[in-house]
Design a protein around this ligand. Structure first.
Ligand SMILES: Nc1ncnc2c1ncn2[C@@H]1O[C@H](COP(=O)(O)OP(=O)(O)OP(=O)(O)O)[C@@H](O)[C@H]1O
Length: 280
């Protein structure tokens, strides 16, 4: 199955991953072009988390290659990939509960712009007090861009999950990545929070020029905001295409029939199509 390659921000070529006798991924290719939103979906156990682990550097594949901007990073650490411009968020937000929204963004901004201060401020007790006006401007612009202004001084431990996910996205953006991996960003969010997150994801690509790759169970969200969608099933890629192509792909329908996509608009549309075909 063809995957566009060349100037991809991140690309997986022919990835196979075996855990003992179990083949979790088999010759999977995926490519994330600049300024694009790419979705990765598939039924439970399809291999999504494994591929995410391989791309982010947590897992070394049995065979195959991972490239960032054309450079082979297959055997590099997550930290080294971060230095090359990769940021990620987690299914369960990993935040410091007693720090405020703004403090999270300040810390990440300092990792990008004043790394040496992080440790010296800790040891001297200066903490967040000493900031430059350039830092203030960058941090406040990001906090406002993610609609976090009203809660900027609240400790994240007091915030709902939807806000915590936006804080994670703001923190990831503060290091000025070229590509962000988001692990089930809508997990646990209600409809309104999911809508807000979708808007933020689209704005992030448009305003910051970042590419996004996200693993997601909410197939309707994926089909709504992605430029390209990849579908895994039993460790193999069974489809790749635009949301319209994925909606009408018979192998995708077959993989999902009877599963969580049942409740989504996508499958209702697919089911309607099948009914029409049956009538005709
Ligand atoms: N560390 C591991 N050791 C052994 N088997 C593993 C390991 N990690 C994943 N697997 C197996 O690999 C297969 C793919 O799992 P993976 O978690 O990547 O799927 P997934 O698509 O993310 O599933 P889900 O949607 O349920 O999270 C499964 O059969 C799983 O049991």
């Amino acid at each position: 199955m063809s995957t566009e390659t060349g100037n991809a921000r991140i690309e997986a070529r022919d990835i196979t991953m075996r855990f003992g006798g179990l083949t979790a991924l088999s010759d999977v290719c995926i490519s994330v072009p600049p300024k694009s939103i790419v979705g990765l979906v598939g039924p439970n156990g399809a291999g999504k988390s494994t591929l995410f682990g391989v791309l982010s550097g947590l897992l070394t594949p049995t065979s195959g290659t991972v490239l960032m901007d054309g450079a082979d990073v297959t055997r590099t650490t997550p930290q080294s990939r971060a230095a090359r411009g990769m940021a990620r968020t987690f299914q369960h937000p990993e935040l410091f509960l007693s720090l405020t929204v703004r403090e999270h963004v300040v810390l990440a901004d300092r990792i990008r712009h004043a790394r040496s201060r992080i440790w010296s401020d800790l040891f001297t007790g200066r903490g967040f007090a000493r900031s430059s006006s350039a830092e203030d401007q960058r941090v406040d612009a990001l906090v406002d861009a993610l609609n976090l202004g009203a809660i900027r001084d609240r400790a994240v431990g007091d915030l709902p999950l939807g806000s915590c996910r936006l804080v994670e996205v703001a923190r990831a953006l503060a290091v000025e990545p070229s590509v962000m991996l988001l692990d089930e960003p809508s997990s646990g969010l209600d409809v309104r929070e999911t809508e807000e997150l979708a808007n933020v994801m689209e704005a992030v690509v448009h305003d910051h020029g970042v590419s996004l790759l996200f693993v997601e169970h909410d197939v309707e969200l994926v089909l709504r905001i992605c430029d390209t969608v990849h579908v895994l099933d039993f460790g193999a890629k069974i489809a790749e295409g635009t949301p319209a192509e994925i909606r009408s792909d018979p192998s995708v329908r077959a993989a999902y029939l009877g599963e969580e996509i049942d409740d989504s608009v996508a499958l209702r549309e697919a089911a309607a199509d099948i009914d029409q075909e049956a009538i005709a």
